[in-house]
Ligand binder design. Sequence first.
Ligand SMILES: Cc1cc2nc3c(=O)[nH]c(=O)nc-3n(C[C@H](O)[C@H](O)[C@H](O)COP(=O)(O)OP(=O)(O)OC[C@H]3O[C@@H](n4cnc5c(N)ncnc54)[C@H](O)[C@@H]3O)c2cc1C
Length: 457
Amino acid sequence: MTTPLRVAVIGAGPAGIYASDLLIRNEEHEIHVDLFEQMPAPFGLIRYGVAPDHPRIKGIVKSLHNVLDKPRLRLLGNITIGRDITVDELRDYYDAVVFSTGAVRDRDLNIPGVDAEGSFGGADFVGFYDGNPRFPRDWDLSARSVAVIGVGNVGLDVARILAKTGDELKVTEIPDNVYENLKRNQAKEVHIFGRRGPAQVKFTPQELKELDHSDTINVVVDPEDIDYDAASEEARRSSKSQDLVCQILEQYAIREPKDAPHTLQIHLFENPVEILEKDGRVVGLRTERTELDGNGGVNGTGKFTEWPVQAVYRTVGYKSDAIEGVPFDDQKHVIPNDGGHVLQAPGTDPVPGLYATGWIKRGPIGLIGNTKSDAKETTDMLVADAAAGKLDAPKYTDRDAIVELLDERNIPYTTWEGWYRLDAAERALGEAEGRERKKIVDWEEMVKHAREVPVVV
Ligand SMILES: Cc1cc2nc3c(=O)[nH]c(=O)nc-3n(C[C@H](O)[C@H](O)[C@H](O)COP(=O)(O)OP(=O)(O)OC[C@H]3O[C@@H](n4cnc5c(N)ncnc54)[C@H](O)[C@@H]3O)c2cc1C
């Protein structure tokens, strides 16, 4: 172990930032952290997942600024660990490595027709509307009727963005290409489908309620879709949040329809079984009606419906990618771990000096706030291992050694100071149009602003 202890945290989303904060504030050891990020800008899914019309959540970035503004913490962006620098190489520079690499891709949905044109991954659409440079800049929004599969908050985000008008979203940080596409959006009806009932949906009350805040959206629920069995009643009693969700759905089901140009209908007890296609294009979604089985599960009824939609968005969850040189559980799509230590495989001994936190540790569920308690559990383990002498000292202890390696490899890395420059450029673009920020999408342009020098590609 070196003094100060040197830790590399991989992934500057909320989990990585909270873990870095806890480490640099540790009172037993002086700990210095290098926070590596593959994107030119930090903040992970706060920047590239949270919907643009959620400025309150995006505001969390302000409090994370205070964390990153510390001398013991250094951001090194535009570096993909496993590609630009291997994990084995990192271990020559750090006493410990914490992986907080999150998730960015859609989990697979295996139903026929999933590859038809017009069948979209929700994560891809999120990447598009949130201006992630890795995702397409144009989107086919010609469908008048759209189906969204999945009853979680990402499904609500996708449905809400599809049901709002481009002009409603122009006040947010969306870049020009996203606005131009959304302005041409033809969707008049958006249908969300879930196979179970109100007591089983994964929405949170605030997000569900918020659907109704737009004057252009009439939110509809069929009273036939409100049903509970004994297990559902128990679920309501044991979770205040789930009970609130049920109450909101009931309200939507009994009220008079709102006069609005777009309809957003939440269909429950409809299990999507096939995406219908004609000449390779989506023309509908086939669902099977389900009913409660008494235990909060559902059984198919054999009654099928074909919904004439021209696009289907699959929002059935995210999944993480493996990092070269780090154990990975291909079934659960997480790094195997015992609450923080990386394990070679579930049930085996920890790999010394390697840790995991956030979505890559426990799977893609939970809110930004949950990554904080996660980070505490992981960093406590790391600090205890340091105190117990379980960490091997690295070969290079000089803080600048890693920067020399980056320079040697001509990697145009970005820094925290660079983020301030990119942030200022985005704010200036936004201010010119009376909004807080307008995102820069192009990767090279982001790097150029962050480094203030032209980047040779
Ligand atoms: C569409 C969507 C909307 C959401 N909306 C909300 C919301 O409104 N409110 C809320 O509280 N939560 C929301 N969440 C949940 C929230 O985003 C997550 O809880 C949180 O971001 C998980 O944090 P993380 O740090 O584990 O992962 P991430 O946020 O995914 O961060 C991981 C970081 O690691 C980087 N990385 C990955 N691989 C490498 C590598 N090899 N080398 C270097 N860097 C790497 C990534 O670029 C990324 O920046 C939303 C999630 C999604 C998907």
